[in-house]
Ligand binder design. Structure first.
Ligand SMILES: Cc1ncc(COP(=O)(O)O)c(C=O)c1O
Length: 364
């Protein structure tokens, strides 16, 4: 970001926008935001610093035009801008009210062809129910011992009835990353046979590149992206699919009104967010600092963690002598549930430095 932009950002950020101020923390100068309600929310992988100041301003400014549908001006502009972000065209982009809508659309498209879907387990299985209701059997392939995707086992699980293969990278809830070359090769191989859905909800938090460009010439690859994570707009509900125009057309047929799920306000926020690269890199940096602090402190408490490439940690409370979830509840911390009973694995979202200090204090 240029110096003038950066100065503007700092000025914007320091404006007294409802409930927002700055605090110098040991994790860098991260903005301090008030959470909605009395609890510390470490359960939904939200960005505790967002939306970016530019996005907040753009959304506030757009509110008064909420009497107007966005399709004649804004929708196309946002699709074009998103396309540009990934060296693709507007025709490669389908907007949704969050990327969970996109995952649902892909599940419906795959289910319309009947058969099975292959997915790692545990992963972000929000689309499983829609897929099963539509008639797809889900073949769940266990993660490796290191809690990453077992690509050879997933390949072996694919058969002539497989209509969809889902890969979440980095994986939710484990935070593991699949190495780029191996993933590229896997997607190339699988897409010769069936549809691949790559979920990159957390890719901006890690150092690996997005594989979005793979959709340009391959009709069998869909990449799902969201503004809910590093862009800090989970409450605004906007996400998108990137795919070949022909695949975008097919997915759009499962929407009651193509590209119309995102509001004018969230579209304005998305546009501004994409230009605020400083907010994205700061969020990444603040998250990494708080995550490393949390990892080290958990280690001291005999709580094993999996190396994470996202804004959450996967941890085993097997050797923790107290009731982990009871400790969180007693300290008004929303920390999710047990994901895997065996090994007693749970996930914790990385909040602000202060929030993570409170979390560690609750466990001590
Ligand atoms: C891996 C993954 N994909 C997609 C989503 C959906 O996010 P949204 O619908 O808010 O875009 C989430 C939300 O937690 C997620 O973890």
């Amino acid at each position: 970001m240029q110096t003038t932009n950066r100065r503007h950002w700092i000025k914007q950020a320091s404006l007294a926008i409802a409930g927002i101020g700055f605090a110098a923390e040991s994790f860098g100068h991260a903005p301090k935001m008030m959470p909605p309600g009395p609890n510390i929310r470490l359960s939904a992988n939200e960005n505790p610093y967002g939306p970016s100041p530019f996005a907040r301003k753009a959304m506030t400014d757009m509110v008064t035009l909420s009497n107007r549908y966005p399709f004649s001006d804004l929708t196309g502009q946002v699709r074009e801008r998103i396309g540009k972000e990934h060296q693709l065209d507007k025709e490669h982009v389908l907007l949704g009210a969050g990327s969970s809508e996109i995952l649902g659309l892909v599940a419906q498209l795959a289910a319309s062809r009947q058969g099975n879907a292959v997915s790692a387990n545990p992963t972000f299985g929000i689309w499983w129910t829609a897929a099963q209701r539509g008639g797809l059997n889900i073949t769940k392939v266990p993660l490796t011992a290191g809690k990453g995707h077992d690509l050879p086992a997933m390949l072996a699980a694919i058969n002539s009835d497989t209509r969809l293969v889902y890969v979440c990278n980095p994986n939710n809830p484990t935070g593991t990353i699949t190495e780029t070359m191996a993933l590229k090769e896997f997607i190339t191989t699988v897409s010769q046979q069936t549809m691949v859905l790559l979920d990159e909800a957390y890719i901006e938090y890690c150092d690996e590149p997005s594989l979005a460009s793979m959709v340009a010439s391959n009709k069998n690859i869909i990449v799902a992206k969201t503004f809910s994570k590093i862009y800090g707009m989970a409450g605004a509900r906007i996400g998108y699919a990137l795919a070949h125009p022909e695949t975008i057309r097919q997915l759009g047929q499962f929407q009651p009104w193509e590209n119309a799920g995102a509001s004018r306000v969230s579209l304005a926020g998305a546009l501004a967010s994409l230009d605020d690269t400083a907010f994205v890199s700061d969020s990444k940096k603040w998250n990494a600092g708080a995550r490393e602090y949390t990892r080290k402190e958990l280690e001291k408490l005999n709580i094993r963690t999996i190396p994470s490439h996202a804004n959450f940690l996967y941890l085993s409370v097997n050797d923790y002598p107290q009731d982990y979830h009871a400790r969180l509840a007693a300290n008004h911390i929303l920390g999710g549930r047990m994901v895997e009973e065996e090994g007693r694995w749970a996930r914790i979202t990385i909040g602000t430095g202060e929030e993570m200090k409170a979390y560690i204090r609750a466990l001590q």
